[in-house]
Design a protein around this ligand. Structure first.
Ligand SMILES: [Mg+2]
Length: 102
């Protein structure tokens, strides 16, 4: 099992244990992705471009950013799971489309 599928299973088990499957509709999960993306963006709000680079971030700030990246990933992986979308496959498909466009 690849890493993404392992994470899918772990996230699904986490939701099962809390009886959260009922809330994990594609609509709700897509909104959760957007909400967490907003939280990620807020960590960079008011930083300069150079101030947003890893070398300029405090350990505390970097940790907060890491946790928001995780939140986005968790909901995105969960959304893909619920919709039975193979993330690796669609990423490669989109990269091929982008490759022909740019
Ligand atoms: Mg968050």
């Amino acid at each position: 099992m690849n890493e993404i599928n392992t994470l899918k299973a772990e996230i699904s088990a986490f939701a099962d244990a809390r009886n959260w499957q009922q809330f994990h509709t594609p609509k709700n999960l897509s909104m959760a992705v957007a909400g967490e993306a907003g939280e990620l963006v807020s960590e960079f709000q008011w930083l300069t471009a150079d101030g947003s680079r890893r070398s300029a971030l405090s350990a505390e700030k970097l940790s907060a950013i890491e946790l928001e990246i995780a939140d986005v990933a968790i909901y995105l992986i969960r959304l893909a799971d619920v919709l039975e979308v193979d993330i690796a496959s669609v990423v490669r498909k989109k990269l091929a489309i982008n490759d022909s466009r740019f």
